[in-house]
Ligand binder design. Structure first.
Ligand SMILES: O=P(O)(O)OC[C@H]1O[C@H](OP(=O)(O)OP(=O)(O)O)[C@H](O)[C@@H]1O
Ligand SMILES: O=c1cc[nH]c(=O)[nH]1
Ligand SMILES: [Mg+2]
Length: 209
């Protein structure tokens, strides 16, 4: 697995705003979408392009570059991953969306799967998993397991904040998956929350706490 910690000033600035205590639901939601767009821009650098012949505006033929290769399915992990979806679709508007639902048991910190609707031709697609938080890595590992069971061979993930413990776990379980993060934070606390982190991203995006 390659880890890409994106150092872009706009990402750092916006993530810094998200970390402020007492941030409103409206602002947190808006910033989650904006950082998701910027991460998508960075992650899409790895897409291959190819030459295509078109008729240009003068009527003369010309060669342009187009994105080549596998189509993308975006995979938001419910709930919090939905907060990044619109931001990703801003740049990849025709992407198909495969939704998976997992929550983390608050005591055991183990992921519990409760929903999935993955596009049928996922075998032929690159899956772009989105979730604001990569903490112990359990949720991401379970999601990658599921996608691989369905035959998907090309998987990457976008996260706002990751913990070193989670990155290590995913690296060991799925060394082929690329991870893009806006920040790698310090550690997990005794409740499995990322420190300094963002708090509970799902609750902040949906306003449930
Ligand atoms: O790396 P892990 O230790 O598995 O934790 C990360 C997961 O925890 C959060 O979801 P949560 O369980 O809070 O569900 P929610 O999105 O419905 O709030 C977060 O959005 C990730 O999906
Ligand atoms: O810090 C964390 C860890 C898991 N889920 C969150 O929303 N935040
Ligand atoms: Mg949550």
């Amino acid at each position: 697995m390659s880890l890409h910690a994106i150092q872009h000033p706009l990402i750092q600035h916006k993530l810094g705003l998200m970390r402020e205590n007492g941030i409103s639901t409206k602002n947190f939601r808006a910033l989650a979408g904006e950082v998701a767009t910027l991460l998508t821009y960075e992650a899409s650098r790895q897409l291959e392009t190819e030459s295509v012949e078109i008729e240009g505006w003068t009527g003369a033929p010309m060669t342009v570059r187009r994105i080549k290769g596998k189509k993308i399915t975006v995979v938001p992990i419910l709930r919090a991953g939905l907060g990044m979806l619109d931001g990703v679709l801003e740049l990849i508007p025709s992407a198909k969306v495969s939704v998976v639902g997992l929550y983390r048991n608050e005591e055991t910190l183990q992921p519990v799967a409760y929903f999935d609707k993955i596009i049928e031709d996922v075998v032929q697609r690159t899956a772009m998993i989105i979730d604001p938080m990569l903490a112990t890595g359990g949720t991401l590992i379970a999601t990658i397991d599921l996608l691989k069971q369905k035959g998907c061979q090309n998987i990457l993930g976008l996260f706002l904040v990751a913990a070193p413990e989670g990155i290590k776990a995913v690296q060991e379980a799925h060394p082929d998956v690329d991870i893009y993060v806006a920040a790698v934070d310090d550690h997990l606390n005794e409740n499995g929350y990322i420190i300094p982190g963002l708090g509970d991203a799902g609750d902040k995006i949906f306003g449930t706490k």
